[in-house]
Ligand binder design. Structure first.
Ligand code: HEM
Length: 138
């Protein structure tokens, strides 16, 4: 069980490193007008997105494994809320992929200010999830 938890956290940190950096690349992309820079950013975005996707899958797989080992089912309120937030985080990840494709098509999907706010979203989820799993308030 402790090994599973340890790897759940290792995969989570790896996933989050990318989730924090990918929208930063979008901020630069949305600000850039130079074709060569945009081309380079697009390559970096594609590589980073596909690099972190396996970490996302492994975090979820190891989380579900832990959940089954603990045997809480749907009886723990904090865990139910956490699962909901994880679904939102996975949707955020998929949205990041869609934005990557939009940039690749040559579109500028949103302003750099919009991406700065977008960048804060995974942090809010992280704070909420960590407080839920550590404090287990309900
Ligand atoms: C379907 C996905 C997931 C499931 C089913 C899941 C389930 C679990 C379970 C059952 C535990 C053990 C809790 C305990 O023993 O007290 C745990 C630990 C933890 N999870 Fe997840 N998790 C998932 C995804 C995530 C995500 C996306 C995050 C962060 C945003 C996260 C953050 C954590 C943290 C920080 C711990 C450590 C708690 C401790 O030290 O006891 N998990 N997870």
């Amino acid at each position: 069980m402790l090994w599973v938890k340890a790897f759940h956290l290792i995969f989570l940190v790896s996933w989050y490193a990318g989730l924090f950096y990918l929208p930063r690349l979008y901020v630069h992309h949305a600000m850039s007008t130079d074709a060569q820079t945009r081309e380079r950013l697009q390559i970096m975005e594609r590589k980073l997105f596909w690099f972190i996707t396996p970490w996302a899958i492994l975090t979820v797989v190891f989380g579900i494994w832990l959940w089954m080992l603990q045997g809480w089912g749907f009886n723990a309120g904090w865990l139910n809320l956490k699962l909901l937030l994880v679904i939102v985080l996975v949707l955020f990840h998929i949205w990041c992929g869609k934005l990557m494709f939009d940039f690749r098509k040559g579109d500028n999907p949103h302003s750099h200010v919009w991406f700065r706010w977008f960048n804060e979203f995974p942090l809010l989820i992280l704070v909420a999830v960590v407080l839920l799993v550590i404090l287990k308030p309900f």
